[in-house]
Design a protein around this ligand. Structure first.
Ligand code: RP5
Length: 153
């Protein structure tokens, strides 16, 4: 690729970048969450919405989560879907580091208590001023549908 030399060239370059940039970031706390969370990616892709999917744990990779969330808006993301089980801090920590809308997906896992109520309460009970929109347990498809509605605003 040659260096752009005029404003028109620069605009064309930026437009090209935007075309390829994902609009929705999907993150989850563990590889073990992937079989459920990839349904959000499928739903978005079926709707023609560009997305990316990443594994990062609020507890095991806190620096990675902070960096991802802080850079999200600059990278062109407009909504972040975050799924986690157990003490599901990931959606809240992402919301603490970005002003983009964050949709939390409570997940069941091998050590789940009360059918995912542990993760549900961890995600939905955010302090005032740091909201996470929360969908039902193991329901990433609804998170994708909500992301689509937010993008349509
Ligand atoms: C959470 O702990 C993850 O989101 C996952 O749902 C659960 C179990 O993680 P693994 O032990 O399978 O990595 O942080």
């Amino acid at each position: 690729m040659t260096e752009p030399t005029t404003q028109t060239d620069v605009d064309a370059e930026l437009e090209g970048l935007e075309v390829d940039a994902p609009l929705v970031g999907i993150v989850m706390g563990s590889k073990s969450d992937m079989p459920v969370m990839e349904k959000a990616a499928k739903e978005l892709t079926d709707r023609g919405i560009r997305n990316e999917i990443r594994v990062m744990s609020a507890h095991r990779d806190p620096d990675m989560v902070a960096e991802y969330a802080k850079n999200a808006r600059m990278r062109g993301l407009r909504v972040i879907i975050a799924g986690a089980g157990l003490a599901a801090a990931l959606p809240g920590v992402v919301a603490a580091h970005t002003d983009l809308p964050v949709i939390g997906v409570p997940l069941t896992s091998s050590m789940t208590v009360a059918g995912g109520l542990d993760a549900l309460l961890s995600i939905v009970q955010m302090p005032p001023g740091v909201p996470v929109a929360t969908v039902g347990v193991d329901n990433p498809k609804n998170a994708a549908a909500l992301a689509a509605r937010i993008l349509s605003l």
